[in-house]
Design a protein around this ligand. Structure first.
Ligand code: 4AD
Ligand code: MG
Length: 480
């Protein structure tokens, strides 16, 4: 057989008249007594190549085995397509079955499957148009993020996944231990003796790489992390994973305004990159979404996907303070009519996702950045404003998603930070090294965290975060 060509390259080159070999998985097969048409996909593109097989006594039993899901290799001549919908097809000369897929058992028969069902067969769902499109876009966004930061002179750093600190202070960490949990070593007072544990003290999976990213930024000036993050929060929502990927840039000699500018520029860069490089996949996902939306009443339908992405590119994000946000919410219809589950009464209340979505989807109708939150509802490391009660935080809220980015300018003053650490009851021995950076050559610096899967929700138009990561980890779910 000739050397294999990927289906994406085949559509790009269109080598009409040439003998080529393609390999892939059968999506569908139809035909008559004399001829079979096989739609073949190899994952390099959302498009299938049509294979035309003239049936004869020699190949009939072979073609019978080329059922949906089977892997095949095809040698043949590229010709202009007779049918509509595609420019080229392959007239098969040799067909080889690489791996059969028994139609009695193969669960992905060509019909519409619900996303819920596909989650149960996540080991096979990459073979659908939807998940292969999401998978390719996930790759493109990974690449775009590295390119964005690399082109700006940022250094990618690798922060530890095992840590002794709870940096976000939310206490939602997975413990890492080699102790026998059925029979752990005890101290005299009955508590567990962690001196005998692997690290000689309690350890957890990291909820963020930020603190270590700050150490690097205070030497390399501009850095970013891009890694897995673990949170044991028991929230079974369409926006939360127990294992997700986060991008955390950290910049020295920068304040919260620089931080917002960087975040907005990065988000727009990613969206633009997707529009320019993932056209076929976005068109597919867009039409998929439009189909889904048909069942909803007109006023609840969202904007067409590609239109929505272009809209975000074309508009500045709205920037408001927490105090302004509270005033808008207090005077809003759903608050007055008690339609919110959490009624906003006083300054200081934490914003729930219903409030965030009201601001973004109903009030401003575009991405919103909220700054200067009350110190009490944000992490210890955020820089205290001169008012003594708010911090230089910034959260970016996106339509359909809510919070996509969370960040802040960092508290660079030794005394203020030390006091905050005490106020938040953070054990000194777990953050002494962090505090020391404020003693030696401290400078204003800022950074943020982008939830990678939340970005993917936005770009792909998928509505459940379990569908933008190949193998989701959520409460009571760690299959595959
Ligand atoms: O707002 P968060 O908790 O901020 C931090 O972790 C900071 N250390 C970031 C920094 O300043 N360097 O998380 C950042 C983002 C959120 O805005 C959200 O997009 C995402 O991470 N995120 C989650 N995504 C999926 N599942 C979860 N359970 C998430 N928790 C946060
Ligand atoms: Mg946050």
């Amino acid at each position: 057989m000739a050397q294999r060509i990927k289906i994406k390259d085949l559509f790009e080159k269109q080598p009409i008249g040439e003998e080529i070999t393609v390999m892939g998985w059968v999506r569908t097969k139809r035909g008559s007594k004399n001829v079979a048409f096989i739609a073949l996909n190899d994952g390099s593109t959302i498009k299938n190549i049509q294979i035309v097989v003239e049936l004869n006594a020699n190949n009939e039993s072979l073609v019978d085995k080329a059922t949906t899901g089977a892997a095949i290799a095809v040698n043949g001549k590229v010709v202009a397509s007779q049918g509509s919908g595609q420019a080229i097809e392959i007239n098969c000369t040799t067909l080889e079955i690489l791996g059969e897929a028994n139609p009695e058992e193969y669960p992905l028969q060509p019909k519409k499957h619900s996303l819920e069902f596909l989650r149960e067969i996540a080991h096979l769902r990459y073979r659908t148009n939807t998940f292969s499109a999401v998978g390719r876009i996930r790759h493109a966004m990974t690449f775009a993020i590295h390119k964005f930061f690399n082109d700006k002179g940022f250094y990618n750093i690798h922060t530890p996944l095992i840590t002794g600190t709870d940096a976000e202070g939310a206490g939602e960490m997975f413990q890492v231990t080699t102790l026998d949990i059925a029979n752990p070593p005890k101290n005299e007072d009955g508590t567990i003796n962690y001196k005998e544990d692997f690290f000689g003290k309690p350890a957890n999976l990291a909820v963020t790489g930020q603190l270590e990213a700050e150490l690097a930024a205070l030497a390399l000036s501009q850095v970013y992390t891009f890694g897995p993050t673990f949170r044991a929060e028991n929230s079974n929502t369409t926006r939360h994973l127990a294992e997700f990927w986060m991008i955390e840039p950290e910049v020295a000699f920068a304040d919260n305004n620089d931080n917002m500018d960087l975040a907005e520029e990065m988000l727009k860069y990613c969206v633009k990159y997707a529009l320019e490089n993932c056209k076929d996949d976005l068109e597919f996902l867009s039409s998929r979404l439009t189909d889904e939306e048909k069942s909803k009443p007109q006023d609840q339908r969202s904007m067409e996907l590609i239109e929505k992405l272009q809209f975000v590119l074309a508009n500045d994000f709205e920037r408001i303070t927490y105090t302004e946000a509270i005033n808008i919410l207090k005077n809003s219809k759903p608050n007055k009519n008690k339609k919110f589950n959490y009624i906003i009464e006083d300054w200081g209340a934490d914003l729930q996702s219903e409030h965030e979505r009201f601001l973004v989807e109903k009030h401003f109708k575009k991405p919103v950045i909220i700054t200067d939150y009350p110190a009490g509802i944000k992490a210890f490391y955020m820089k205290l404003n001169d008012d003594g009660k708010t911090v230089k935080a910034m959260d970016i809220l996106f339509p359909g998603i809510g919070e996509i980015v969370g960040g802040s300018q960092r508290e660079e003053r030794y005394d203020v930070l030390k006091q905050k650490i005490e106020q938040f009851n953070i054990p000194h021995e777990s953050v002494w090294w962090y505090l020391e950076t404020r003693k030696f050559g401290t400078v204003p610096h800022a950074g943020f965290g982008l939830g990678f899967e939340r970005l993917l929700l936005f770009v792909t138009g998928m509505t459940n975060i379990r569908d933008v990561i190949p193998f989701p980890r959520t409460p009571k779910n760690a299959e595959f």
